[in-house]
Design a protein around this ligand. Sequence first.
Ligand code: ADP
Ligand code: TYD
Length: 208
Amino acid sequence: MKEKGFFISFEGIDGSGKSTQIQRLGKYLETLGFDVIITREPGGSVGGEQIRNLLLQGAVDRWSPETEILLFTASRRDHLERIILPALENGKIVICDRFTDSTRMYQGMRGPSLRKFVELLNEKVIKCNPDLTIIIDINPETGLKRAKSRKTAEERFENFGVDLQMKMRQGFIELSKEFSNRIEVVNGQQSVDKLAQDICTLVKARLS
Ligand code: ADP
Ligand code: TYD
C-alpha cells in the first residue's frame, strides 16, 4: 500500500522508554533535514484516540480478547487511512509508538488461536508493515517501575503484572527473529543518551 516515505515503529513492554526515544529520534532526523511525523497506537487519529479510551481504561476483563483485537484493528485502520499512509505518500518519515507487533504480543499471546486471528486481520485489513521496527528490550521490573511512576488512568495493560510482561519480553525477542529483515533490538537498560545514540546510528544506516 505504501511506496514513498519511511515508516518506523517502536515496540517493547510498558515503560521501556519508547516515547522518550521517539522524541529524540524525531529531533535528530529533523536536524538531518527529514520531514518527520510522530504518532502512536492505539490512537493517532481522532477516531483512533476515541477507541484508545475504550481500550486502555477500565477493568482488565472489560473486553474479550477477540473484541479487543477487533478494536485495536479498527483503531489502526483509521490511523493508517487518515494519518500514516497520507504522510508516507507525501514522502515523510512516520515514527509510530507501537503498531501490529504489539497486537501480536499483547493480544496474540492470550490464546493459541488468537495469534492467527491477529495475522488474518493484519493480512486482510491492515496490509502494511513498517520499514523498520525498533524493539527496546528491558527488564520488566524496571519497565513497570518506570511506567507506574507516570500515574495515568491508562492502566488496563500495566495491571497485567510482571509475569505477563516477562512473557511479552521473550515474545518480542522471538518476533525479532521471525521478522529479522525489519526488526532491530536495542538495549533499554542504558542511559537515555547512550540508547538514543545507538538508535540514531542504526536508523541513519537504514535510511542510507
Ligand atoms: P514508554 O513510552 O515505553 O512507556 P517512556 O519513554 O514514557 O516509556 O518512559 C517511561 C519513564 O521512564 C519516563 O518517566 C522516562 O523519563 C523514564 N525513562 C525513559 N528512558 C529511560 C532510561 N533509559 N533510563 C531511565 N529512565 C528512563
Ligand atoms: P502505550 O501508550 O504505548 O503504553 P506504554 O507507554 O505504557 O508502553 O500503549 C498502551 C497500552 O496498550 C500498552 O499497555 C500496550 C497496549 N497495546 C495492546 O495491548 N495492543 C496493541 O495493539 C497496542 C498498540 C497497544
